[in-house]
Design a binder for this molecule. Sequence first.
Ligand code: SF4
Length: 237
Amino acid sequence: MQSAASQRNPEPEVPAAPVSGEVSPRCRESAPVVPPVSGPVADDGGCSSMDWTGLAGAVSSCRKCRLCETRRNTVFGEGNPHAELMFVGEGPGADEDAAGRPFVGRAGQLLDKMISAMTFTREEVYIANIVKCRPPGNRNPDPDEALVCIGYLKRQIELLQPKVIVCLGGVALSFLCRQAGGITRARGHWLDFSGIPVMPTFHPAYLLRQESAKREAWSDLQQVMRALGRVRKKPGA
Ligand code: SF4
């Protein structure tokens, strides 16, 4: 991921070719994204007073939507419970379903490099998804599935209180920020979720398919770095 940005903040070094595993067909950013959630607003799923342990337990045994029938593991999310930076994707893929962890496949490897280029470690940030169980065939989460599951994510955000959320891809953007228009139009522009700044950018799986979009994604991540004070000034500047 090379950019015209300064050499002080080189773009993430990304593989030119696939590393291993599959790329989710859900991450074809040029395809129409799901419409923003409309109509009924998701409730908190009864988890608004849960702590991290209670929330993780509720997710691990959750059967509130049909995705429980085909999952191998729930994927709660992971990272620093005091992280200032949070990444939100749409849902687990096959690798994540098998591991019970978010972003561990090819896209996860790229996300790790993006995080590193932002001067963070994966352990310093928090990573979660809109839905905690894999949609079969890596399809997009259906609106009803997202509606019943997103209460878990909202409680994670409440507990975490990150300074910035990076929204990965159009599907996550649609459900988190109820933002219509797609990721290509929205990326690079700050949004808001309950008073927390949200930066939409391309999903790493899309970046694996579309090398030319990496420059824009890096530009988005640099905005986040500046917001978090992670961009050093030039000596003497
Ligand atoms: S996707 Fe969410 S709401 Fe559906 S079963 Fe899994 S944890 Fe429960």
